[in-house]
Design a protein around this ligand. Sequence first.
Ligand SMILES: Nc1ncnc2c1ncn2[C@@H]1O[C@H](COP(=O)(O)OP(=O)(O)OP(=O)(O)O)[C@@H](O)[C@H]1O
Length: 580
Amino acid sequence: MSLRAPYKALRHPGLVFRPSRRFSVLRRDDLQNTVIHIPKADIYRFGDPNFVRPLFRDVEWTVKEGEAWAIVGSGSGEKTSLLQVLLGHLRISPSPPPPGGLFPFLNSPSSGSPRDPLECISIVSFGNRRRAAGGAFYDYTARYGAVREEDRLTLRQSMFPESQPPEFGLNTNTPENSPPPRLSEQEMQVFNYLVDKMGLAALLDLPLIALSNGQTRRARVIKAILSRPELLLLDEPLTGLDLQNRPTLLEILRSLHSARSPRVILGLRTQDPVPEWITHVAFVKDGKVITGPKEEVLSATEHFHKPQPAGAKISPTPVGELVVEMKGVGVKYGNRTVLNNINWEIRQGERWHLQGTNGSGKTTLLSLLTGDHPQSYTQPHLHLHGLPRHRIPTPHLHSLVGLVSPELFDAFPRRAGMSVWEAVGTGFDGGFVPLGTHGVGTGIMAPLDEAGIQWRVRRCQAVIDALGPRSWSNDTRAGESAEAFAKRAFVDLSVGEQRMVLLMRALVGRPPLVLLDEVWSGMDEGMVRAARRYLREGGVGDEQGVVVITHWEDEVPWTEEDGVKRFRLDGGEGRVQTLD
Ligand SMILES: Nc1ncnc2c1ncn2[C@@H]1O[C@H](COP(=O)(O)OP(=O)(O)OP(=O)(O)O)[C@@H](O)[C@H]1O
């Protein structure tokens, strides 16, 4: 797409910004009807002076009571940055004038004394849960084994930390011997209603760590609602949710919003559908924020959210040797059966879409293939790469699998100083610590010879070239060069960029098995397009088998015509889906 076309949209007559720098001051009686008020301002990082380029220029944004807003933009940063403005993490210049400030409704005389935005505004964001902050690798595989003492906290306990006895270590303000506060009847009613509607009632006494990705996301939304904010911001709330749960969550959010208890603002990616109850959109692109009624803004920016074509026609890959062979495979926790009698074969060249609702066992099944699940040793017949699982040491197995998953994303160490190159290079040996003089590992079963090192260096360069910023930027000449990107610190990248790097890490060693679990979440549309194109057009070869997990059919890089196969988990059972 040429750069000009989208910018024409930004000059839509109804949306053009007036050049005046004068801004409106709200009257006292407007305060209570105005939720957000940015009369006209530029947005900067704290510490940046006004002469540097702002993150957003000429933002004019007013949210009135009764309007339902979504912020739509790229997952790689801008949408999330606008949400950060509301959390006070970025500087607004000039700052919204008194008496209303940024949140006039919190300063309205009719609602008593001014309230602190920090206490009234909550965000649920699924970017990075910061478990790996500080540089350490967080062992996400703990969820598959015996639950450790520090992971004992159950879903129920996590919802009301203040009501738990001190042995859970949560209520540090409660003296050891005082009883925990009682929950009000109303709190209990809201809690019961929400866990029931969101399908979590049967999971309340499970350790939090045992919940699936979609279950965890729903739990985090409920927890945020229970904290009773005045304004709740949800960044990409639908990502990772299955088809059944999406309308339920949206309906809950709609009814909460219309009761202003709390008011809700959604953050959506350009490729996400905008719920029908949303009335207004703030569209964020290239440092500009276009605000207005939904239809006007979406039609003026439609170039950005057209469905993506599948890509050029490709011939189905020839099918080769068995990579995975499962017969009668199952996983149980006590008397809870998650997988039962699974029979599945994955061959070289095959492209699989693993399907199933939240909690149906998809990630658990993948953890058998990576050898991370302790029950992978005790299966009646689980052959990986031609050998029974117990005959392959786990570190060797890790080097034979390229994995991207939400758990790995959370756990990957954000170590100060680890460069993009080094993060990608850890993929060869499947570890998490950069090793070797060139940052491409040292080999697992035998030390690498010089030819092996050089091959790895070339592969690292090739994937960073193919999936680096120029592959996803609108203007391929303006994007950062692969060389410069390779030197950036992994920890400083946006969520979308980190996800691209972890995809590069999974593909760099051309492992026989590639497992892509919710790989697109947090990526913006350009990144998704670049990654899909790369995967379809040679990024994985005939000698590799690939399994993709996503709840959005159109996110699978291969279509029926390309020969994609489907394996569906339902009620613990698994079966190959025949294409209709
Ligand atoms: N230690 C455990 N004890 C009991 N149940 C567990 C334990 N660990 C996981 N589970 C359950 O196993 C089920 C499967 O989880 P899994 O993460 O594999 O689901 P999933 O299909 O990947 O879901 P999602 O689409 O939400 O990612 C979930 O219902 C989860 O609660």
